[in-house]
Design a protein around this ligand. Structure first.
Ligand code: IPT
Length: 951
């Protein structure tokens, strides 16, 4: 039995004031952010008695900043589970061992606050708290990511120091509703403030600003004595009065036009930035201002590697700018309302928001949803209270185009209460919920991780029925379709984005979705040797955890964009530039409202990756949704492979990016690659005739190449049940053995035939490597690989691996770049000439795995220490693309496979070069569909011809 019964009581405390809009007001406000006295106790019962009394001596206590999580300041440890509750499922009870933080601080309340109503406001406390002022308990609250306010007028002494004491519990009944896939971290993690609320001030305000038929419609719910002023539009009307405003500019994510609105009573002035826009579902489509929207979205958790969810304004701005710069136009606030400032930034910079309530009961899935609070009426008030606090706080943001009830909470009556609350209070926004099996309590049909094939069926409205109620099913089938989560961005990937985007563009009903997720939640920490890395589940001693499943974002924890974000930005580019079959150029404007007038189109012609000509293309101001065909701006001259690259860049500064920022690009090949020729010469092939591998190449000491069919499994290879990587390991692809069949001198060269296979299997690969010395030095390699026997499963790759001297640290290549690329993640790689270093080629995934592959490579050079190796693919013409892909690393694939964090990868004294003949796609099987059939790799004959010469 707990001595703090409120923490196991799901019902909202009646002392909490009615929720209201977050607004900027000129009423007096004091921030209580900063250092508070703090002590952490292992149980509620052991929390210091009498700590809320003004006379209590806290001189011996430490200090903790507010806002912050105590686990990130040396108190307790963060813990990560995805869906499993880290405590027994015993609702509404929580363990007796319930870390409890006691917070104290004094605040000098100005004397002129006397006579005012005084309110204490918390923006977010995880997960439950009780608060005292000057020794008097004023209330308790749950709902970690929701605001709460308490009237403290009776107990505050203006003109004196006042003691605020808060007791925060890590676990509460509310924890059952907050089982989001993230770190369990506690404390006062958003701001605290003290407000003087003037009598007859603007207690609450609800702006209705629609846009229809070229005109705005404004009506502001506010106290009856309030005036509504919009100076820019010459509006000065009474609260509640509806005005039609001709010629107003609408708000959209692309053109986030805001108007300053003041709501004024004699006692208070409240300022808002208002956007005129109408969200509607009509004709089965989700529209904003009558336009179908295509959501190029991401799921955003609040995260910083040092601060956790206690994000700063700069962190929020960084997110918004990074999103805008990567063509993202929508955010789902998975799975709780964000810090209120984030929504202001979305209003200002232009992002559509699905504002999601702080609700997830996912852990009940592990007991067949038995006891799930979602359908238990004793939790009904708690559910409705959460929805109400979100809707009331966020109702004035034009960016919020949909409310979401929460995530993964199965189904039940309490969702109906949330849905009804939102619809009654705010008919102007559709409501989203994904997890009712028949699509109930949602105005859109939402799914997560549906495959491309199923998405296609849904787009055609040919999907199988769901649920048992035909009326409900018919309603669902009429609804617009949104993937509230797709393309799991864990580790290397996500693969298959292009195929989704094609469906979103082909089927009006498929209105896009939200990649899971925006940022890796890796917490910065150090190993025993003091080396820094980003920790994931298990790195903090948790007995129950879900490993690196918490690191599945498009950004690395420090907000460096991952290759996945570059790929996503390219796939969702709002301007598409492509060659046409008859040799022209098509520019398609995929914007929602913008024409192309805000962009410039610089072009360049490159021969063998070297620019020979450049200019700027004159593109008409094509309207949104339209396209234009133009003549190519340049003709090809030379014999070398020649590409035209046209880029779409900002013609002027935008608030989110400077002039010249690239939003899209396309390439057209003007001259095909000439057939590769190489002049045979005379010379020796330095071969270890026993092992069938070279010992010297281009003047360098080498060991290899050998045939290799392994890659360090990616999260997508490794995580699903019966994973691809399990099959590869079972076969033994990571422990191949080589048997030299024969070594023959032939036509001035050497032919080495080797059978490569894992122990205990009767299938293998027969590789034939024909080595011929070249006239200018170096060797020509003609390699063909023939599978033998029955290969029981698809394989990750087929290629060569060779070790080279460690001095070779500079890399230049002509092919796909600048970033890594795999068969289903290669849109962002353009054909060009790129320079890097071995170290910079590595992608530092939070969990080490296959990475850094450069694809579609014509030639590559590794240089350093006065020497170098050039590898050039010579097309054979027989289904051979005449390209290869490579990685260059200071460690082996086995090292990469064994490492758990990037710091485990200790450079060895060689560089390992892998050259791919074939490689499997990436897919998103860590959560979602696996590699699509067209990107799967089955054992099949492959061939490649490479000139390997000194560089
Ligand atoms: C889905 C969750 O909604 C999300 O929070 C996250 O956990 C994601 O998966 C995986 O990273 S739920 C899953 C069972 C599809």
């Amino acid at each position: 039995m707990t001595s703090a019964p409120y923490l196991e009581d799901p019902r909202p405390d009646a002392r909490m004031l009615p929720p209201r809009a977050a607004v900027r007001s000129d009423a007096p406000r004091m921030s209580l952010n900063g250092q508070w006295r703090f002590e952490l106790s292992p149980t509620v019962e052991e929390a210091p008695a009498g700590f809320a009394d003004p006379g209590f001596d806290d001189a011996g206590w430490a200090q903790l900043p507010v806002p912050a999580h105590w686990q990130l300041h040396g108190y307790g440890k963060p813990a990560y589970t995805n869906t499993r509750y880290p405590f027994p499922i015993d609702p509404p009870h929580v363990p007796t061992e319930n870390p409890t933080g006691s917070y104290r601080r004094t605040v000098a309340v100005p004397a002129d606050w006397a006579g005012e109503r005084i309110v204490l406001r918390f923006e977010g406390v995880d997960s439950c708290f009780a608060v005292w002022v000057n020794g008097h308990e004023v209330g308790t609250a749950q709902g970690s990511r929701l605001p709460s306010e308490f009237d403290v007028t009776e107990v505050v002494r203006p003109g004196a120091d006042n003691l605020v004491a808060v007791r925060v519990h890590q676990w509460s009944a509310g924890s059952y509703l907050e089982d989001q896939d993230m770190w369990w971290m506690s404390g006062i993690f958003r701001e605290v403030s003290l407000l003087a609320r003037p009598a007859s001030g603007v207690e609450d305000v609800f702006v209705h600003a629609g846009y229809d038929d070229g005109a705005g419609m404004l009506r502001v719910e506010a106290p009856a004595n309030a005036r509504v002023l919009v100076p820019e539009l010459g509006i000065d009307v009474a609260a509640g009065e509806e005005v039609r405003v001709e010629g107003v500019q609408p708000w959209s994510a692309e053109v986030p036009r805001l108007y300053d609105v003041a709501v004024v009573t004699p006692a208070e002035r409240v300022e808002l930035r208002v956007g005129f826009r109408t969200v509607r579902i009509s004709g089965g489509l989700l529209t904003v201002n009558g336009n179908r929207v295509l959501l190029r979205g991401v799921n955003r958790h609040e995260f910083h590697p040092d601060r956790g969810r206690a994000v700063t304004e700069q962190d929020m701005l960084d997110d918004v700018l990074l999103m805008k710069r990567h063509n993202v136009n929508a955010v789902r606030t998975s799975h709780y309302p964000p810090h209120p400032r984030f929504l202001e930034l979305c209003d200002e910079y232009g992002l559509y928001v699905v504002d999601e309530c702080d609700l997830e009961t996912h852990g009940f899935v592990h007991v067949g949803w038995r006891g799930n609070p979602t359908d238990d009426p004793t939790w009904g008030d708690a559910y409705e209270d959460r929805m109400r606090r979100m809707v009331e706080r966020d109702k004035n943001h034009p960016s919020v185009i949909m409310w979401s009830l929460g995530n993964e909470s199965w189904t039940g009556r309490n969702l109906e209460r949330m849905y009804r609350y939102a619809k009654d209070r705010d008919p102007g926004r559709p409501v989203h919920y994904e997890h009712c099996p028949d699509g109930r309590w949602s105005d859109v049909y939402s799914r997560m991780y549906a495959s491309q094939a199923e998405t296609d069926l849904i787009g055609r409205r040919e999907e199988p029925a769901r649920g048992v109620d035909p009326v409900q099913d018919a309603a669902r089938r009429e609804a617009p379709f949104v993937l509230c989560e797709y393309a799991h961005a864990m580790g290397n990937g996500p693969g298959g984005l292009t195929e989704y985007q094609e469906l979103f563009e082909a089927h009006p009903r498929c209105q896009g979705g939200f990649v899971w997720e925006w940022i890796d939640h890796g917490l910065r920490t150090r190993d025993a040797q003091g080396r820094e890395f980003f920790g994931y589940g298990g790195d903090f001693g948790e007995e129950l955890h879900d490993g690196n499943f918490v690191a599945d974002g498009l950004l690395f924890p420090d907000r460096t964009p991952s290759p996945g974000l570059h790929e996503f930005a390219k796939v969702i580019e709002p301007v598409r530039i492509a060659g046409t079959p008859d040799g022209r150029l098509r520019v398609t404007n995929l914007h929602e409202v913008l024409d192309l007038g805000h962009l410039r189109f610089p072009w360049a012609v490159e021969e063998d990756g070297v620019e020979v000509e450049s200019g700027e293309l004159d593109v008409p101001h094509v309207a949104a949704g339209e396209s234009v065909e133009l003549d190519l701006p340049a003709k090809a001259g030379g014999d070398a492979e020649t590409w035209l690259t046209v880029r779409a860049v900002l013609a002027g500064d935008e608030p989110w990016a400077p002039t010249g920022h690239e939003i899209g690009w396309g390439q057209v090949r003007l001259v095909e690659r000439p057939r590769g020729a190489a002049l045979p010469g005379s010379g020796a092939v330095a071969l270890d005739r026993v092992r069938g591998v070279l010992t010297e190449l281009a003047g360098l000491t080498v060991d290899g190449p050998r045939l290799d069919a392994w890659r360090a499994p990616t999260d997508n290879d490794r995580i699903p049940r019966d994973s691809a990587a399990d099959a590869w390991r079972a076969i033994g692809l990571h422990r191949l053995r080589h048997r030299v069949v024969d070594v023959r001198d032939e036509d001035g060269g050497v032919v080495v035939r080797t059978r490569t296979a894992p122990a205990a299997l009767d299938a293998g690969f027969l590789s034939t490597m024909r080595w011929v010395p070249l006239a200018g030095g170096g060797l020509l390699l003609d390699v063909s690989v023939q599978p033998e026997g029955e290969w029981p499963a698809p394989i990750p790759r087929l290629g060569l691996v060779c070790s080279l001297p460690a001095e070779l640290d500079g890399v230049t290549w002509y092919g796909g770049g600048p970033g890594e690329a795999y068969p289903d993640t290669r849109r962002a790689a353009r054909i060009g000439r790129f320079t890097s270093s071995v170290d910079a080629l590595q992608t530092p995934y939070v969990m080490p795995q296959e990475n850094g592959r450069r694809a579609d490579v014509r030639w590559a050079e590794l240089t350093g220490g006065g020497g170098g190796l050039r590898i050039e693919a010579l097309p054979t013409g027989e289904g051979d693309p005449g390209t290869f892909a490579f990685t260059a690393r200071r460690w082996t694939s086995a090292d990469l496979d064994a490492a758990r964090h990037p710091v485990d990868l200790v450079p060895r004294d060689r560089v390992w070069l892998t050259v791919d003949l074939a490689h499997r796609g990436i897919g998103t099987a860590s959560c979602g569909p696996d590699v699509l059939p067209q990107h799967e790799l089955h054992a099949a004959p492959v061939r490649l011809r490479l000139a390997m010469t000194p560089a």
